[in-house]
Design a protein around this ligand. Structure first.
Ligand code: C2O
Ligand code: CU
Length: 464
């Protein structure tokens, strides 16, 4: 932090009050590192995006677009300090990019076309290389025509393990998704329909975990499992109910919470991740436990945990927790530095466009066409407000940064964890607090991909 403060002083753009003297900045210190600490190991991977036919749902072949021929795409596992070198090969009939959701990457590696890189044309390649600064559950997906490309199957998970992983009996990734399948059994081929745009994006008629309907995780009684939930759906929100299992949420959006939380009722919006620490009691030997989504009035069984008859010893260790998350009790007294008003209007390519501060993002623009809607000073505290003027859901996601929820509709909220995506309900106003550390031009958008595609996206610059 000292180095950041000095650099900012030199640039002369900070107000004196921001120079580490603010109570919020002082309380922020020690939250997470400003820089990566590469330890020299490089993981090389090639991700080929191409049409493929894969057995999904109940095993029927489905024509998809996939990374390396699999849906979900590969789970990339790194250790904190490892460097990822991922070569994207585009064999799609469209340009694409890869965005590393939630990872604090150097800005040029963020995968946002027209802002941090040119689109990767069919037949071309692009090399992404970065060392994650944080351990946790992240994911990757295209950032170009995402409402179509993600829906067709382009997504994968990036797990950054702790420098010393905890001795869980197993570490599982559950990719939650839904698919809109037409009468012929294919992916419904019209994207960004008027219906999707007027509602909460494209909600499917088939809900899957790891691409399957009826996913079953076979475990032994006594096992202690780290379950990493990732919502890759275009629009659907999940509220997982663990059916009476002993569960604690330990991380949200990749980052450990200050203390283990009760995951009951947690709304996992598109883009969000939730890591859950689950212990299977011996009493459940031979039983099956359903994990059910209860976000809508109609419960949907997501998956089951099938407990074998054998009992193993439960690994005993305290649930992981982040040493420090600021409380920012007085942060609501700080001025609002930026406000984003979310709304819709008629017009644009799809007949309806979603706007931020009455502007619809131009996806065909080039770098110079996207001046930042706001500038946030690096290393200083910013209180940022989202005001939902509409009746639809908007999971708002900011690239390259973490923020903390401060209030909903003016009522203070103390979530003991960071986020990179916050869900706004109808007509809701949400304030968040943040101390941006990662410099560059970052996307701010709704993660309902149809809303983003029809304009609900902008850029924010973090600058010294
Ligand atoms: Cu998953 Cu621009 O984000
Ligand atoms: Cu939205």
């Amino acid at each position: 932090m000292a180095a950041v403060a000095l650099a900012v002083l030199a640039a002369g753009t900070w107000r004196l009050a921001d120079l580490g003297a603010s109570a919020e900045v002082r309380e922020f210190r020690g939250s997470y590192p400003a820089e990566a600490r590469p330890r020299g190991a490089v993981h090389e991977v090639t991700l080929t995006a191409a049409p493929a036919t894969v057995p999904l749902f109940d095993g029927r072949p489905l024509a998809v677009w996939a990374y390396n021929g699999q849906v979900p795409g590969p789970v990339l596992r790194l250790r904190l300090g490892d460097t990822l070198r991922a070569t994207l090969v585009n064999r799609l009939p469209q340009p694409t990019t890869i965005h590393w959701h939630g990872v604090r990457v150097p800005n040029a590696m963020d995968g946002t076309p027209g802002v941090t890189q040119p689109p990767v044309a069919p037949g071309e390649t692009f090399v992404y290389e970065f060392t994650p600064k944080d351990a946790g559950t992240f994911w990757f997906h295209p950032h170009l025509r995402a409402s179509e490309q993600v829906e067709r199957g382009l997504f994968g998970v990036l797990v950054v393990e702790d420098a010393e992983p905890l001795p869980y009996s197993r570490d599982e990734v559950w990719v939650l998704d839904d698919w809109l399948i037409d009468a012929s059994g294919a992916i419904f081929p019209e994207f960004n329909t008027r219906h999707d745009l007027m509602h909460d994006g494209r909600w499917g008629n088939v809900v899957t975990v790891n691409g399957k309907v009826g996913t079953s995780l076979a475990v032994k009684a006594g096992e202690r499992i780290r379950l990493r939930l990732v919502n890759v759906a275009n629009g659907r929100v999940f509220a997982p109910d663990f059916g009476g299992l002993e569960t604690r949420a330990i991380a949200v959006d990749g980052m450990y919470a200050a203390r283990p939380l009760d995951p009951a009722g947690y709304e996992l919006a598109p883009g969000n991740r939730l890591d859950v620490d689950v212990t299977i009691p011996a009493a459940l030997r031979g039983q099956r436990v359903a994990i059910t989504d209860r976000f809508t009035g109609r419960p949907i069984v997501l998956a089951e945990i099938a407990v074998a008859d054998d009992v193993v010893e439960t690994p005993a260790f305290p649930s992981p927790a982040r040493a420090h998350v600021p409380q920012w009790h007085d942060a609501l007294a700080e001025p609002v530095r930026a406000e984003y008003r979310l709304n819709a209007r008629t017009g644009g390519t799809f007949g309806i466009e979603w706007t931020i501060n009455d502007e619809a993002f131009d996806h065909d623009g080039h770098a110079g066409d996207h001046p930042p809607m706001s500038v946030l000073p690096a290393g200083a505290f910013s209180r940022v407000r989202f005001t939902n003027l509409s009746y639809r859901l908007h999971p708002m996601h900011l690239h390259g940064q973490f923020f903390k929820l401060l209030s909903r509709n003016g009522t203070p909220v103390d979530e003991p964890h960071w986020r990179d995506t916050v869900l706004l309900h109808a007509q809701e106003t949400v304030d968040v607090g943040m101390v941006p550390l990662d410099l560059g031009r970052w996307m701010l958008h709704c993660h309902v991909l149809e809303h983003a595609e029809s304009g609900m996206m902008t850029t924010v610059e973090v600058r010294r």
